[in-house]
Design a protein around this ligand. Structure first.
Ligand SMILES: Cc1cc2nc3c(=O)[nH]c(=O)nc-3n(C[C@H](O)[C@H](O)[C@H](O)COP(=O)(O)OP(=O)(O)OC[C@H]3O[C@@H](n4cnc5c(N)ncnc54)[C@H](O)[C@@H]3O)c2cc1C
Length: 502
């Protein structure tokens, strides 16, 4: 027991679940930040209305058209796409029409589902496919699979699959798009260490390639394209539907234990020893959260630095409780919501923001988390440091995430032990200080870095050739370059963390 914490009452599980997503660092800030949205490069377009294809089931919109702004509005408000034309697709044939339209004009073609992951700016020369109207989900309980359309969100899939006693390898929040997440690997904080990356369990991919053809890609139909798509994101085409495995999980022993920032050192040092001992059924992370002083945040947490331990265990609750006991004992928590929970409540574990937020993000991968790593992290982002980072997260990898999948894919760096993820909330005026703070953390942790990055956590500052290469093993990157040359030699799909044709 930590004496310095004695006397501070722990809030109940009900209090934290009742507070909902506001426990997450950025949600409350998002509530006051919408005015900081960054406008794109204006309302210009080189595309004439008369040039637009007919017969599209959804809508084809030029800047200024009603519906255009809604079709391009992103979750991360720091980069609002301003394409010359947006195809608000309602069917795979609409995606084909958009890609053919772009290819015919040598224009870049991009794809937007939720706008959680900005990369390069999308301007008037671009054709953008918005997949938001394509939210279909079909569950096959016998085969334990889901088939989803391009715009489906994790919330859609979790709701549908739980009706059959099954869960997917979803991410920390239900508002992220299934396809973008899965093509970048798909690191599930609930059952990822038990089953591996979401990309490891994809069975088939419907893809519109740069020639405008719609094809189903499987391990049998095109081994190399199936390899590259799972990890290579939108570099090889636009996915219109995805089929993947589900798992027999309906409850978790999970939640968050939130400690006062003053106890961050105790927690992190105990955590680094603890992770070496836990089974694959235990997924976890620790985040240093700087919470705003706002009414949406539980009173005890307002304006504070806290250390949030996130737990998700898929075994028996009593075994989970025994596993978590040593971490519960490091100090008196301010909030302890870890208990048996329905799988559907998974977003409460991380408490991520659910409303659009202007944010800058940085990432990295760590080989290990030793005593000196923790001390270094605390020295730059711990108590007493006034840094503009709403969240600094260390997420445990290993387990099935470290094992090769049945059908090899481009997801790399399986030997990394932890992801490092940072987010600062604010518009362009805040960018310099957020970027500097995040760069300082990256610099201080460099001795323990693998030098790599996890594709899904890369953002606007990670679009250089060098950054994109660092997301893949060198041999994997060479395969992806060669694949790109075969399927997209003109680099039509370049509005992303781009792999160039070699
Ligand atoms: C709050 C938050 C929590 C997150 N939690 C996790 C997590 O737990 N684990 C994890 O792994 N990641 C997580 N992420 C990262 C997330 O997986 C990526 O941001 C992902 O790319 C989001 O996909 P999207 O479609 O929602 O976003 P978008 O910004 O719409 O798309 C991002 C990119 O995905 C690709 N893409 C999207 N749709 C298609 C398509 N139909 N065809 C081809 N490519 C496509 C494109 O390259 C596109 O540029 C999180 C992100 C946020 C902001």
């Amino acid at each position: 027991m930590n004496n310095s914490s004695a006397g501070r009452p722990a809030l109940s599980r009900r209090a934290v679940l009742g507070a909902g997503v506001t426990v997450g660092a950025t949600a409350a800030i998002a509530a006051v930040a919408p005015g900081t949205a960054v406008a794109g490069p204006g309302r210009a377009t080189p595309f004439g209305r008369g040039d637009l294809p007919t017969g599209v089931r959804g809508a084809v919109l030029l800047p200024g058209d009603p519906g255009y702004d809604a079709a391009v509005s992103p979750f991360n408000l720091n980069q609002i796409p301003r394409p010359g034309v947006v195809f608000a697709a309602a069917a795979a044939t609409d995606v084909q029409a958009a890609v053919r339209f772009a290819a015919g004009r040598r224009a870049p073609a991009g794809v937007l589902a939720t706008g959680h992951q900005p990369s390069v700016p999308i301007g008037p020369d671009a054709v953008l496919v918005s997949t938001r109207a394509m939210r279909g989900v079909h569950i096959d309980p016998r085969r334990r699979t889901a088939r989803v359309e391009a715009g489906a969100l994790w919330d859609d899939v979790v709701t549908a699959s739980l009706k059959h006693g099954l869960a997917p390898l979803n991410g920390s929040t239900g508002t992220v798009g299934v396809v973008g997440y899965t093509l970048g690997g798909g690191l599930s904080p609930t059952i990822g260490r038990k089953y591996g990356y979401a990309a490891d369990h994809v069975r088939g991919i419907d893809l519109v390639s740069a020639d405008g053809r719609l094809r189903t890609v499987t391990a049998q139909s095109d081994r190399e394209l199936f390899f590259g798509l799972r990890g290579g994101k939108s570099n090889f085409g636009i996915v219109t539907a995805l089929e993947f495995d589900l798992f027999p999980v309906t409850t978790l022993y999970g939640g968050a234990i939130i400690f006062d920032g003053r106890d961050a050192g105790r927690l992190l040092h105990a955590y680094r020893r603890w992770v070496r001992t836990v089974p694959d059924a235990m997924s976890s992370s620790v985040a240093l959260l700087r919470l705003p002083d706002l009414p949406q945040v539980p009173t005890a947490l307002r304006g504070k630095l806290v250390a949030s331990l996130r737990i998700s265990y898929t075994g028996r609750p009593d075994t989970g409780a025994a596993l978590v006991r040593p971490l519960r004992a490091v100090a008196v928590p301010m909030i302890d919501s870890v208990a048996e929970m329905p799988y559907a409540a998974f977003p409460a574990i991380h408490g991520d923001p659910t409303t659009p937020t202007p944010a800058y993000e940085r990432t990295g991968l760590l080989r290990e988390l030793g005593a000196d790593t923790v001390d270094a992290l605390l020295s730059i982002a711990g108590p007493g440091r006034d840094v503009p980072l709403a969240a600094v997260e260390i997420r445990h990898l290993g387990g099935a995430l470290a094992r090769p999948p049945r059908h090899p894919n481009a997801v790399s760096h399986r030997d990394a032990a932890f992801t490092l993820f940072m987010a600062g909330v604010g518009g362009p005026e805040a960018a310099p200080v957020i970027r500097k703070a995040a760069a300082d953390v990256v610099r201080v942790l460099r001795p323990w870095s693998t030098g790599g990055m996890y594709v899904n956590f890369m953002n606007t500052d990670d679009t250089s050739d060098r950054s994109v290469r660092s997301a893949y093993r060198p041999d994997v990157y060479r395969r992806l370059e060669a694949l790109k040359r075969r399927v997209d030699p003109r680099n039509t799909f370049r509005l992303n963390h781009n792999i160039k044709p070699c």
